[in-house]
Design a protein around this ligand. Structure first.
Ligand SMILES: [Zn+2]
Length: 142
């Protein structure tokens, strides 16, 4: 993704985030490609480029980005959050061997069909409505 600083600034603003220079640098690093990172990995990434940025500021910004929907969050195991720079509708495949997480996109009609089927099945088993669902597929591969 070819992401300019101007575009990053617009993204911050459109998510209701005041674009301070640190937030701009950080958002640019995170959003320039699709990636799934733990908070600690985000810290390492930002710290490599901007050693002056404090851990607290980075974590606060990260929390803000997730709250405002600039980043998605993904919990593959309970209590462990990945921050996801791809906020388009998508699902995930987790490679059990390598730990790699891959974005999986379904075409629109399949997406609708899968969601409808999940809703139906979930309701049948729990009596509860489902508004949204993201799949995590676990696979083993090289
Ligand atoms: Zn993703």
């Amino acid at each position: 993704m070819d992401l300019s600083y101007q575009k990053t600034k617009e993204l911050l603003e459109s998510h209701g985030i005041r674009p301070t220079s640190q937030r701009l640098e950080m958002a640019h690093l995170l959003l320039e490609k699709h990636q799934h990172l733990f908070a600690e990995e985000v810290f390492q990434l930002v710290n490599t480029h901007f050693p002056h940025a404090s851990r607290a500021t980075i974590f606060n910004n990260l929390k803000l980005f997730a709250e405002k929907g600039l980043l998605g969050t993904l919990e593959l195991k309970s209590g462990v959050t990945h921050f996801d720079s791809n906020t388009n509708t998508h699902h995930h495949a987790l490679n059990e061997n390598s730990g790699e997480i891959v974005d999986i996109e379904l075409n629109q009609s399949l997406e609708k069909t899968v969601l409808a089927e999940l809703k139906r099945s979930y309701f049948e088993k729990t009596g509860k409505e489902l508004d949204q669902a993201k799949l995590v597929i676990t696979l083993r591969g090289k």
